[in-house]
Design a protein around this ligand. Structure first.
Ligand code: SF4
Length: 312
């Protein structure tokens, strides 16, 4: 729930979730409708589905008890190496170190380690911390302490070294330039990308939608007919080809991905034929409630509110 979402937003969702689905058993047996309803508003709905798949796996394979070792946790659906290490350390006190941005920054500064982030560096950090993780009850305290230290004290800019319990032995502080660590990533220049999409509407006020695959960008989200190309004209031509007619063009807008500078080209079209292959007609009211690709959901809401969705 906390991915890309602030704690203050998540708290009421989390509490409501635990009231209705307090354990693995309840979550495993819940209907998808209930799970998605409880998640509604948090976005990235594949996480809710994966959480339910996790609950079902824990019930079927582990009799309702989630395993405590990182190795076993990593085999569960939806848990990558970082989350598995974090659960093992924080929930089960296993000597594991989940390395996130905060922990990497603290340890890189503490040892004045100027290497770029890599598996080798992560391994080095694990060895550095390993003796501290051996004491009983230590992993959960140490891991959370390092996370909090990175978030609140050893901040990316202007770390508050005077308040830091590590200041006596911190090499970056001794050098006088903590902010030089960790080594900065060399950012690749984002590439241009043009995405043309079309809200195709029929006489019953339905829009054409399809669900994206569960893998890749925006997994499991819904989208209207949409094409991507390196150039604007190219993407618009491809869209017209997909629709089999020329849609009406609306004002383009920018919304970037991490590695792409994206120009979105919206279109509308009064569409009287049957649905395109792979797409379905969905009532506009329902479409507005579906898990659409977020930038498209916003656009559809604005269009529906301004009543510009109707064709001329
Ligand atoms: S002394 Fe400063 S740079 Fe070193 S770990 Fe603490 S906050 Fe970070």
């Amino acid at each position: 729930m906390l991915q890309q979402t602030q704690v203050v937003t998540v708290v009421p969702y989390f509490e409501r979730w635990l009231r209705e689905l307090p354990g693995w058993r309840e979550l495993a047996r819940a209907s998808e409708e209930q799970v998605l309803r409880l998640w509604e508003g948090l976005g990235y709905y594949h996480r809710a589905r994966r959480l339910q798949l996790l609950a079902q796996t824990v019930m079927e394979r582990f009799g309702g008890e989630i395993p405590s070792s990182r190795e076993e946790l990593e085999k569960l659906p939806g848990l990558g190496p970082y989350t598995a290490a974090a659960v093992a350390a924080i929930a089960f006190n296993q000597p594991e170190l989940p390395i996130d941005g905060n922990i990497r920054r603290v340890l890189a500064r503490f040892g004045a380690d100027g290497a770029k982030a890599s598996r080798a560096q992560d391994e080095h950090f694990r060895q550095l911390v390993a003796p501290e993780l051996r004491a009983p009850d230590r992993p959960r305290q140490l891991v959370q302490a390092l996370m909090e230290l990175g978030a609140l004290v050893c901040k990316p800019r202007q770390p508050e070294c005077r308040a830091c319990p590590l200041r006596q032995n911190c090499r970056a502080l001794a050098q006088g330039h903590p902010e030089r660590y960790p080594a900065k990533k060399v950012a690749l220049a984002p590439r241009p990308l043009h995405i043309s999409f079309c809200w195709a509407v029929n006489d019953d006020s339905c829009v054409l939608l399809r669900q994206r695959p569960e893998k890749g960008r925006f997994p499991g989200h819904f989208e209207p007919p949409l094409v991507e190309a390196p150039g604007a004209r190219e993407s618009q031509n491809l869209l017209a080809e997909l629709l089999g007619s020329q849609p009406r063009t609306l004002a383009p807008f920018r919304r970037d991905f991490t590695t792409y500078r994206v120009t979105w080209h919206p279109h509308v079209l009064e569409f009287s034929g049957g649905p395109l292959d792979g797409y379905e007609w969905v009532f506009l009211e329902l479409a507005l409630k579906l898990n659409l690709v977020p930038v498209l959901a916003r656009h559809l809401r604005e269009l529906a509110a301004s009543r510009r969705l109707q064709s001329r």
